[in-house]
Structures are given as structure tokens and as C-alpha cells.
Write a protein that binds this ligand. Structure first.
Ligand code: ADP
Ligand code: MG
Length: 423
């Protein structure tokens, strides 16, 4: 971002990276873990044939950089703190690790995977299921919501057979408290989006889950962003964890172009932002897009405003029923809905490969969520674009994000033709 915040002056985008170099990691993007062994092919991981078959059947040919580094230590039983940029395959990293650790002769839950949202937990269930197809591993999602009573989870788990449970912390705690799962057989606990999970909202629940597990349970944490605070906390309950970390200046992906639009907000209202948003509709409709705002109220407001202008969109936030949330996500994943207005509920983890544009109607309140939000585009080495609407009050926050992550956010070119070349 330059000083000319209030002019959306024309700027020709510089040359794009070639796109899908998901597997060839630029030196500057390699994790800071020189001591970690690199396993260049899935065949060399030494996993069961049934897992290998499922990996290939899922369409993966070679492991991504984090998969090359982190799967082997998980299989070896090590505690692990692993960081890799958004969209680089952390889910399969821990899913393959979990599946290989399972004793298929033991009809008990042996691994628990924690996710911060129902949407992410549901998505992770699908990945573990897919990668465990040939192994025949039964995976169950313990996901909150009025239409999914915990009694159903308890009944299903007590029948036996489930080997992996994926869930949100509250629901997982509930199934432990109801003794639907025997903590003694939990070999491995995975905490996805670990910095979010160790932040204030979830901290007590995570602590309670950890206290109930045997000291021998392996713990693996994953996130694109890891705060000092999260790392400090993690030391208390992990045993000599292997660290695979990234410097913060390596966290942004070259494939995601970042822009801002300076918006005046003379009356403190949203009129100017709305106008800019309506103007961007043509860009949004090129592919799939997520518009982020900071509150459920704003999310509803934007949805009403967009709908009133006959723009087709859907919206998602935590005050909606779980059936509704589920239906909206399904529509968005299948592409029948192409523009989603959401709170930070979908900022982390959600993988819809066709999303190539993220709009920050408001900058996130938590700095790390900027990276998570824009990382909903540019999955798996694809190109993406992020546009943040910046009022004079946001200038400092935008600069802070740029400085902290050593990244550049440029003024959006005013000529739409220039934008299209960004894809
Ligand atoms: P992260 O958790 O690191 O943000 P995900 O695990 O959601 O990223 O993966 C991002 C996308 O990359 C997913 O669509 C996933 O299926 C795909 N992916 C992961 N690993 C591979 C691989 N080895 N080959 C091809 N695609 C992969
Ligand atoms: Mg993820």
C-alpha cells in the first residue's frame, strides 16, 4: 500500500507467477526446519498400501512441502507443531498421519481431530474418509447443532467401530464427559487451526480435553499462523514437539494478489462502501467469491442490500440454524451459489477450490485472520485475488498487516480489464 490511499490510481499488475507450483517450493517459502527429513514421494512414506491407494485415488500424485516434512514424524509418534501457508495441504498431512497410526484390529476411537467450526469439522471428516476409503477406517463427525443431538453421537460411538472422531471442542468434550469414548485408547490428538484453538474462546475447553487424555497421547498442532502465545501454551502440554515453522514474511502466497480500494466514509455510514461493492459485482461474478465482514449484523445487512439490488448471493453466520448453515455450504461448494457473504466463520480452513476472489468489506479485527481470509482463494497453488475496502480509519491496520507479513497491498486498478489479467 502506498501513501496515495485516496486515489485508486491505475496500476498495471506485475507479471504473475506461473500458477500451480504447489509442489516446487521456492527457497523463500520453505519451512524453517532444516533438520526435518524430506520424503519426496507418497510411496516413500512407508504407509499401508490401502492408504497409498486412497491417496492416489483421491487424485494426489506428489506430496506438498508440508506433507513431505510432517507426515513421517506423525507416523513416528512425535508431538508436532506444524505451520504451512493456507491451502498447502495440512489436512491431508494429519489425515494420512492419523490413518497410518490406527490399529485396524481395535474397534475403538484412537484419534481425535479438533476443528474450530462445524463447517471445517464436516469438511475434515470428508477428507479423512476419502483418504481412509481403502483402509475401511470409520470416521465420525461430532458436530454441534440442534438437529444433531449429542445423544446420537453417543449411541453411534457406543456401538463401536468408529476409529477417528472429528469435531468442535464443545461437542468433543461432551462425548468424553458422557463416556462415549474411552480416553485411554486415544493415541493421537490433532488440533487444527491451533492458534485459534488456543486463543481465549476455546482455551478452557482444549485444556479440559487435554487433561482427560493419557500423558502418552501424541499431540499434533497445525495452522498457517501461530502466535507466540499459542506456541508458549503448547509447550505446557506437549512433549519435546518437533517444530516446523515459517517466518511471518513467508506466510503470504505469491499467487494471491492483494489490493485495496480507498473508500471515504463521510457520514460514518456504509453508503460509499456499498457503492464500491456494487461496482465490484462484475469482478465478483467472474468466479466464486467470499465477502467477509466482522459481525452477524453486518452480514445480514449486506445480504439485504445486495439482494435488494438483485445481486444473487447467500450469507452465512453463527446465528443461523445448523441445517441452514449446512445447506448454504453445500450450495457454495457445488457452485450453485457463487457469492457468499460471511463472518469469520469461514475465514479458516474452508477449502472451495473455485473461490478466486475474497473481499474484505471490513478488515478483520484479528490480524492473523487477514491471512486466513485471503487464503480462501488461491487454494492448492491456484491464483487468487483479495480486495480490501479501506476507510481512512483502516489505513493504520492495513499498514500494520503489510508490515507484519512483509507483503504489499496495492491500489486496485480502476480498469476492470487489468483485473481480469490477475486471475
Ligand atoms: P490447508 O489446510 O493447508 O489450508 P488443505 O488441506 O485444505 O490446505 O488443502 C488445500 C487443497 O489442496 C485441497 O483442495 C486439497 O485437496 C489439495 N491438496 C492437498 N494435498 C495435495 C496433494 N498432495 N496433491 C494435490 N492436491 C492436494
Ligand atoms: Mg486447513
Amino acid at each position: 500500500m502506498d501513501n496515495g490511499l485516496h486515489s485508486t490510481k491505475d496500476q498495471k499488475p506485475t507479471e504473475e507467477p506461473s500458477g500451480a507450483d504447489f509442489f516446487r517450493e521456492p527457497e523463500s517459502n520453505s519451512p524453517d526446519s532444516s533438520a526435518v527429513e524430506l520424503i519426496p514421494t507418497f510411496d516413500q512414506l512407508g504407509v499401508k498400501d490401502d492408504i497409498l491407494r486412497s491417496i492416489y485415488a483421491y487424485g494426489y500424485e506428489e506430496p506438498s512441502p508440508i506433507q513431505q516434512r510432517a507426515i513421517k514424524p506423525i507416523i513416528g509418534g512425535r508431538d508436532l507443531i506444524a505451520q504451512a501457508q493456507s491451502g498447502t495441504g495440512k489436512t491431508a498431512t494429519f489425515s494420512i498421519g492419523v490413518l497410518e497410526r490406527l490399529d485396524m484390529d481395535l474397534r475403538k476411537v484412537q484419534a481425535v481431530i479438533l476443528s474450530p467450526t462445524r463447517e471445517l469439522a464436516a469438511q475434515t471428516v470428508q477428507v479423512v474418509e476419502a483418504l481412509g476409503t481403502h483402509l475401511g477406517a470409520v470416521v465420525h463427525g461430532c458436530i454441534g447443532g440442534a438437529d444433531r443431538p449429542v445423544s446420537r453421537d453417543v449411541r453411534l460411538l457406543q456401538q463401536g467401530g468408529v476409529k477417528v472422531v472429528v469435531g468442535t471442542p464443545g461437542r468433543i468434550l461432551d462425548i468424553f464427559k458422557r463416556r462415549a469414548v474411552d480416553p485411554a485408547t486415544i493415541k493421537l490428538l490433532v488440533i487444527d487451526e491451533a492458534d485459534e484453538m488456543l486463543a481465549f474462546n476455546f482455551r478452557d475447553q482444549i485444556r479440559e480435553i487435554l487433561v482427560g487424555l493419557p500423558a502418552t497421547t501424541q499431540i499434533c498442532m497445525f495452522s498457517a499462523t501461530l502466535s507466540e502465545d499459542a506456541l508458549d501454551l503448547a509447550q505446557h502440554f506437549m512433549s519435546e514437539p518437533l517444530h516446523i515453522l515459517l517466518k511471518k514474511e513467508k506466510l503470504t502466497l505469491d499467487g494471491i494478489k492483494q489490493f485495496y480500494v480507498a473508500v471515504d466514509q463521510p457520514r460514518g455510514g456504509d453508503d460509499c462502501k456499498l457503492e464500491v461493492l456494487f461496482d465490484l459485482y462484475a469482478v465478483m461474478s467472474i468466479s466464486q467469491c467470499i465477502i467477509f465482514c466482522n459481525s452477524k449484523r453486518k452480514c445480514e445487512y449486506l445480504y439485504e442490500q445486495m439482494t435488494a439490488q438483485d445481486f444473487t448471493c447467500s450469507r452465512l453466520h453463527g446465528d443461523m440454524s445448523s441445517e441452514e448453515r449446512h445447506a448454504i455450504m453445500r450450495e457454495f461448494r457445488t457452485g450453485s451459489s457463487r457469492l457468499l457473504i460471511s463472518t469469520d466463520l469461514v475465514a479458516r480452513g474452508i477449502d472451495v477450490q473455485t473461490v478466486s476472489l475474497v473481499i474484505n468489506y471490513e478488515l478483520p479485527l484479528v490480524r492473523a485472520n487477514y491471512l486466513h481470509r485471503i487464503g480462501r482463494s488461491g487454494r492448492c497453488g491456484r491464483k487468487g485475488m483479495a480486495i480490501s475496502l479501506i476507510t481512512p480509519r483502516d489505513v493504520d491496520s492495513m499498514r500494520d498487516i503489510e508490515g507484519y507479513y512483509h507483503t504489499e497491498v496495492r491500489a486496485l486498478p480502476s480498469n476492470p480489464a487489468d483485473l481480469v489479467t490477475c486471475y
